[in-house]
Design a binder for this molecule. Sequence first.
Ligand SMILES: NC(=O)c1ccc[n+]([C@@H]2O[C@H](COP(=O)([O-])OP(=O)(O)OC[C@H]3O[C@@H](n4cnc5c(N)ncnc54)[C@H](OP(=O)(O)O)[C@@H]3O)[C@@H](O)[C@H]2O)c1
Length: 291
Amino acid sequence: MKIFLVGGTGFIGTNFLQLALGDDHFDEIIICVNKRKPSVSSPKIKIHTPCRIDDIKTLKIDKNTDYIIDFAGIIKETRDKKFERVHHEGVKNLLRVAHETGARGFVYISAAGVDGTRDEAYMKTKWLAEEEIRKSGLEYLILRPSIVLGPDGDFTKMLKIMFKLFPFIPVIGEGNYKIQPIFVGDLVEIVRRGILQGIKGTFGACGPDAVTYKEFLKMIKEQLKIRRPLMHIPVRLVSLFAQLGGPLSPVTGDQLKMLLSGSTCKDSKIFTLVSYAPKNLEETIRISFLS
Ligand SMILES: NC(=O)c1ccc[n+]([C@@H]2O[C@H](COP(=O)([O-])OP(=O)(O)OC[C@H]3O[C@@H](n4cnc5c(N)ncnc54)[C@H](OP(=O)(O)O)[C@@H]3O)[C@@H](O)[C@H]2O)c1
């Protein structure tokens, strides 16, 4: 199978790439390289660069490509990366070239909570991207994970620094908002099996345990054997900094809103469909934070 991999240099994309390289079903992997270079090399890999999904002129997909896998995304807008352009326009562009070249399938990583009712730009543009994919006529697999954890993930790395260096562990508000993390290795395994088994549809892709953010931090503390206290930062204060923006602001207004809304899955059908059981949260934290 020949795949065109977008976002193959990011956290989830790199983990998928490593998995796909060890699987003989995937014999050619073309990576759309924007800024970062892939951290692995193999005779199976071909690099396509410059490649920006929000610039259709840079997208060239070979005629006999089977699947397009889109792991590209942003969590915060920058001067040259906007949600509408990367999530929505990017997917529209990829679908256009998919049709022109006759690709069969499309995989997309959306996010838990995306349902067409949310007004944060991240959530709204993920929904618009999903809708484009659903009406494309391609065989599609859309997965909606909550937080994805793994030793090489930015969120894990940020928490590791906090646990190592901070005299206390900051929690925004009471920390009672729920999350349902999945181990990155489990997420990419579902993608691999989903493609090979021809699974189609939109599915939640969360780990088995939904916990409050405060419980999550306590679980990490226990595993790392750290005694430092949690310190609650009032939501109003964080919100004020978010409105001011700039380097002093730890989160944007939208990120704060998404955090406080919680992030859990409504369904777990995908695991039955692909016959795979994801790791529980304790194991996920152990692998992510202790390796
Ligand atoms: N990590 C999580 O906890 C989580 C949770 C839910 C959903 N997701 C979704 O899962 C996907 C992957 O997340 P991740 O954590 O792996 O993100 P990541 O580490 O930030 O990687 C993002 C990837 O997208 C590429 N990219 C961004 N803009 C692009 C553009 N215009 N054209 C081509 N490539 C572009 C980046 O390459 P360059 O840096 O070179 O631009 C990078 O390879 C995203 O859609 C994200 O929203 C992630």
